[in-house]
Design a protein around this ligand. Structure first.
Ligand SMILES: [Zn+2]
Length: 324
């Protein structure tokens, strides 16, 4: 596997070109400045969304795949088929999930919500650095990296490809204190279910490499003006979303609280194999869906179809995800 995630044709050339360009901020090398062919080949960053004075973009780290049987261990195939066909879609043979990293710009701060997975998790992921360079953001420009939780696809990309130091060398890294306590507890790899053991060892390793640049924060901590954690536990013990609020608008960066555009919204009570506490995750989803729909809060979902931006609407006593 390439240490830089540039296994696609042209990746290295593009990276070299962008690395040679004067990176003096997104205005100097925005999408308008990117070569047209590159832009059309892959859209890996969304348009900029304005939440009051705060600017938000979604940048893709690639995709990660999960088997259906692992994701939905308690759901009959017939029920899954019926849900997808009722929405005019073929039932999935596996779940190919997007990985939507969010870049929040508040004043001079450039805050990443999650850091992708780096090169060692799945070959289709680990593209974040290249995607950021395409919009003129160099690793040195990132001031904060805020984690929703400690799973590989959110945390492992925070260290460089050789796991020798932070990928974003000038950034303060923040993880909710409940989440941090879980992944740094030496008992976690021992007591975790089998599928989580490797992830637990990896999380502890990455947290160790981040060293003093990583600070645990309160589960409702203010992260920057207008940006704060909201506890949304269940997927992991300290899973947290990030609420962006400015000028009367709100956007929730929901991490893995809502992971599938059909299942999480129309069948939020289906237990997921990826949730460590399935009951708590269901309660969190139901409360979150109600709040997002009632208060008309926008949503970015980490694994929803790129760029994962949309809103939650009520329909027939349940909910739907309306993208865009
Ligand atoms: Zn995830």
């Amino acid at each position: 596997m390439s240490p830089h995630g540039t296994t696609e044709p042209g990746g290295t050339t593009r990276r070299a070109l962008l690395a040679a360009a004067p990176l003096v901020g997104s205005a100097a090398l925005g999408l308008a400045g990117a070569p047209m062919g590159v832009r059309l080949a892959r859209a890996r960053a969304s348009d900029t969304l304005a939440i009051g004075d705060i600017r938000v973009r979604v940048v893709s780290d690639g995709t990660v795949a999960l088997p259906v049987s692992f994701t939905l261990p308690e759901t009959d195939d017939a029920d899954l088929d019926a849900l997808f066909r009722a929405n005019g879609m073929e039932p999935p043979r596996e779940f190919v999930n997007q990985t939507n990293v969010v870049l929040i710009e508040v004043g001079e701060r450039r805050i990443l919500v999650d850091a992708g997975s780096g090169p060692t998790f799945q070959a289709t992921a680990g593209r974040l650095t290249d995607a950021l360079l395409e919009i003129g953001v160099a690793p040195e420009d990132v001031t904060d990296v805020v984690f929703t939780h400690g799973h590989a696809d959110h945390l492992w990309g925070a260290v460089d490809d050789f796991e020798e130091g932070p990928r974003f060398p000038n950034a303060r890294h923040v993880m909710g204190e409940t989440e941090h306590a879980f992944w740094t507890d030496p008992a976690t790899p021992e007591t975790a279910p089998d599928w989580l053991k490797g992830l637990a060892l990896g999380a502890a390793r990455v947290i160790g490499t981040l060293g003093d640049s990583l600070e645990p924060a309160g589960d409702a901590a203010e992260l920057a003006p207008g940006v704060r954690y909201v506890a949304t536990p269940g997927h992991t013990p300290g899973h947290a979303s990030v609420l962006v609020e400015s000028g009367g608008s709100q956007l929730l960066v929901g991490g893995d609280a809502l992971t599938n555009a059909l299942i999480s919204f129309q069948k939020p009570d289906w237990p997921l194999g990826t949730d460590l506490d399935r009951e708590q995750a269901i309660a969190t989803r139901l409360a979150l869906l109600d709040r997002l729909a009632t208060d008309r809060i926008g949503l970015v979902g980490f694994h929803l179809p790129f760029p994962g931006i949309g809103s939650v609407e009520r329909r027939n006593g349940a909910f739907i995800f309306a993208s865009g």
